[in-house]
Design a protein around this ligand. Structure first.
Ligand SMILES: NC(=O)c1ccc[n+]([C@@H]2O[C@H](COP(=O)([O-])OP(=O)(O)OC[C@H]3O[C@@H](n4cnc5c(N)ncnc54)[C@H](OP(=O)(O)O)[C@@H]3O)[C@@H](O)[C@H]2O)c1
Length: 169
């Protein structure tokens, strides 16, 4: 292909999950972790972010500096400035010239994307919390932990958390 842009090298899933697997409650995040939002912004800036329609609704807007790809079954769905697709394969296809697109949830989209991702950027939130949306089961034997940094709670982060990076073995 005669295109100067780089081809996709890694497809990462980026997620924050409590120790009991909870990732969401009432269509929102169950915690306020300022450092996690900053890290999300830093890692995803300049890249495609692939998300389910429910997560897109929960964010409610386009995130600046990133190309939002919304996965939905609704054929008529549109949002100015977003790319709307109808399968995870189509989502990956539209990112083919991004060297590092991110799958940003929620649970339904993580489940669909799991076989296609080769990196997991996980924020482990060190608490058990009540919620209605769970991280899909991950076979951790297939993944190698390559980075881990634990951080205490503070006035901007209500719970202790760890930033972990996994690569597919
Ligand atoms: N902790 C975290 O890191 C994190 C990250 C992201 C989200 N979340 C949380 O997760 C929750 C939302 O997750 P969720 O699992 O309920 O929803 P979701 O994955 O964000 O979106 C689900 C929607 O995706 C579309 N979809 C699903 N499968 C599809 C398929 N095979 N083909 C085409 N479209 C498909 C459907 O949209 P239509 O209904 O429009 O057809 C479906 O309703 C919220 O609480 C959010 O805050 C947490």
């Amino acid at each position: 292909m005669n295109d100067s842009k780089p081809a996709t090298k890694s497809i990462a899933m980026i997620v924050a999950a409590a120790e009991n697997g909870v990732i969401g409650v009432n269509g929102d995040l169950p915690w306020r972790l300022s450092s996690d939002l900053k890290r999300f912004k830093k890692l995803t800036m300049g890249h495609h972010i692939i998300m389910g329609r429910k997560t897109f609704d929960s964010i409610g807007r386009l995130l600046p500096g990133r190309k939002t790809v919304v996965v939905t079954r609704q054929k008529e769905f549109e949002f100015e400035g977003a790319v709307v697709v109808h399968s995870i394969e189509e989502a990956i296809e539209v990112c083919q010239h991004d060297d590092s697109p991110f799958v940003t949830g929620g649970a339904e989209i993580y489940r669909l994307a799991m076989p296609l991702v080769n990196e997991i950027q996980l924020t482990r939130v060190h608490t058990e919390i009540v919620g209605d949306t769970l991280l899909p089961e991950i076979d951790w034997n297939q993944w190698e932990l390559v980075e881990s940094q634990r951080h205490p709670a503070d006035d901007k982060n209500e719970v202790e958390y760890s930033f972990e990076v996994y690569r597919r073995r």
